[in-house]
Design a protein. Sequence first.
Length: 370
Amino acid sequence: MTTIDLRARRAVRTSGASYKPGTPIEEVQRKLKLKSVIKLASNENALGPSPRAIAALRRATSSLHRYPDATCRALREQAAKHLRVAPDSLIFGNGSDELIVMALRAFVDPGEEVVVASPTFLIYELQAKVAGASVRVVPLRDYRYDLVAMKAAVTPSTKLVFIANPDNPTGTYVTKTELEEFLRGLPSQTIVFMDEAYYEFVEAKDYPQTLRYVADRSMIVTRSFSKAYGLAGLRVGYGIAQPSLIAAMDAVREPFNVNSLAQAAAAAALGDHAFLARTRRVNAQGRRMLTAALDELRLRYVPSVTNFLLIELGPRAALLAQALLRHGVIVREMSAWKLSGCIRVTIGTPAENRRFLTALKVCLRNGGGS
Ligand SMILES: Cc1ncc(COP(=O)(O)O)c(C=O)c1O
């Protein structure tokens, strides 16, 4: 058997299941013969893409016969200015997902340890297993990262610790104080991977501004254009770290990993401050409206700083998610996260939020039947 076969077998054997994305709108329309379907299942931007990004995309189409800039030069310069960091402390990925894979490839050899929380973003554990890492899983406490327990799980062979901040699927965050306590005395060979895919939504005063730590320690901070910037379909994310860590990740990067349309749109979206402000405002209003309605329905949910809510529905949760689908509302059923009593709902436009609540009330009244 070749090395390739062995790797493929190991990947399937060790990761068990592959990642199951949210159900696409078209699939639900076709299967359930529904005209109008809304998707509140993948934490995408309710307002669509940034208008500036769309204009930049149109302009970029005339160069589609060219390979993309392998260094993402224009996007890199724009992002470096925006973040006030050096251009060589940035790396771009085909979504921030790809940066997770690059970090594992660059820093973790088979048998070395990776520490993850549970439940959290599923890709960390799936991809760590594919990389042949030994994964130490630390349970959340009250739906929050337990950084004290995660630090206790770190050993001399721990290469990476993944922290989603804010976390998906809970929507909670670790505070500056908690993070600083975690970082104090952490072995220097352990790289802390701060996944900030929902960074732009957070308004909490005690949320850590991690770019302050990047220069002095082994830390990679990643952010995404898929959420607040509304570009999930194009797949762009970026990482910020010391140039030596960036160089190591760059060495395992595919040369043309970020396509030219994605680069153009992302650079334009970074400058679309009005769109970002509207996104934040609509999201905060929607979150207030939804949580007030859930309070009225006496349903428990996890307080969230993001654009989604984890709602406890008890044993009927999967049935209710199916029933909501028949009303044309796609939400996330949570058994893959071992949270089978919950659903996760992305905060939508005001009309989408109203439609979700109306459908939920009907389904609750019918006991999850329809
Ligand atoms: C915590 C977290 N990290 C990373 C990602 C991946 O985002 P991207 O679309 O940039 O790959 C997601 C997407 O849902 C996420 O929830």
